[in-house]
Design a protein around this ligand. Sequence first.
Ligand SMILES: Nc1ncnc2c1ncn2[C@@H]1O[C@H](COP(=O)(O)OP(=O)(O)OP(=O)(O)O)[C@@H](O)[C@H]1O
Ligand SMILES: [Mg+2]
Length: 460
Amino acid sequence: MRIMTPKRVAGGGAVAGNPVAGVDRAHIGNGLLRATGRHTFGDRLIDILVRRVYLPSMDGFLSGRSTARQEGPPVDFLFACGQDPRLPDEVFDRLLWGGLFVYADRDGNRVRRIAQDYDNKRGFILETPATYTRIGRLGIRLPGFSTCVYYFAARKVGLIQPGQVTERFTYKVELMPEPSAEHGYIVCKEVPTYADVEYRLRTRCPEASDKDIQARTRKLVDNVFPTFLTREAAILKILANELPEPYCHHVPKALGVQKDDNGFVRRLAMSWLRTGGPRLTQIEFARQSAQLLSVLHNSAGVMHLDLRLDNFVLTPRGVGFVDFGSAARIGEDLAQSPMLTSLFGEMMKTSKIQRMLGAMLEKGQVTNQSFTCIHQKADPAIDTFYLALQINKPAHNPQFAHLVDYDPDSVQAQAVSSLTAAVLRPKDQAEAAFQTADDVLRGIERIRRRLMDDQSECAK
Ligand SMILES: Nc1ncnc2c1ncn2[C@@H]1O[C@H](COP(=O)(O)OP(=O)(O)OP(=O)(O)O)[C@@H](O)[C@H]1O
Ligand SMILES: [Mg+2]
């Protein structure tokens, strides 16, 4: 069994270290106890629950303890007992999406009361309603010879909490229990409601008139979002058919759709690419990202067009891409439909990636002719351009902070940074050869080989 050893970090949180074979179970439990070294009864409860109930499913995932300081990286398993922070709003940000919150106490009524706050509320669902296990005395777990430990477990299924507004996400994306699915959950991506979109627009544009907000809300909810979601479902089907075997597990698989009367998809169910697994070096992160992009372009003939780090996932299988809502087939004639022409036209002007390219072109930070000619165009080179930037700053996705080793002063980071510079601003004929994801991949492979050679030189 491979176990991620939780290590102490400031504030009593835990992070996954290198997978270590054969680490004993007590060690795992101890990783969740308080840093004081003096273990309370509550600590013992958590330790017992971990060993008895959760340990098999914790393999390879991050775990931590809810503490008053609430520091440390977001984790997959968060344990609390007694007076630890235990309310949904207190623990939401301490958990990764799909993470499990487990609360234990000797007082069954308190556990039942707190569990109610997680029952389909505040971005959680109650996965294990209040229940108990017995701690035996003298090895006997019978009533009279034992104490009951009450506990419940709640799953974080929302990306944000109800009422929160974010710049990061547009759709309503939630996890739904599905016993037959890997990890027991699937992802449901849904067109948001009028109320949600209106609230978001009002928050973002407080100066806009009511009439304007309502018209924009209707356009988004009735046309724009369903069109892109319909396209996303179609692209996922193409990917399932066209991507070679190992790679089809690095993008979501469409599992079902719900359509409206006009045939537009309003709800898309897909497989969950769950965050987790061993840490990657920056160069390995870059290599896998470029490799996946190369297969996406060359085998599936699909361009993503919104390859922001938010739309990358890191799973036990490695790097994956999600959110194919803006994607298109390479060579697709988007001008065939006036609606698509207008939607893609707008997207090519307003997308973050296009705006970034525009700004960098203006400042002379991009001179590679493969990219200078694609500003405001739907072209696969836009993915290559953005990939070259993203591999340089993996830490910009907060979820990757503990999954990718990134040190800007390291030899690795500096080598990747030089590669990015060469891709964007070639200094000579050789550097001008960087045009496609394949070219970037070759550049990354060269760095990797060089670093390995340097390492073996040092070892001599
Ligand atoms: N199948 C999936 N597996 C794992 N994570 C997913 C999956 N689908 C979505 N996510 C997570 O949910 C987030 C939001 O989903 P998605 O990007 O599809 O919608 P969105 O961000 O609302 O769309 P847009 O980027 O167009 O605003 C993603 O950034 C990713 O973290
Ligand atoms: Mg997205």
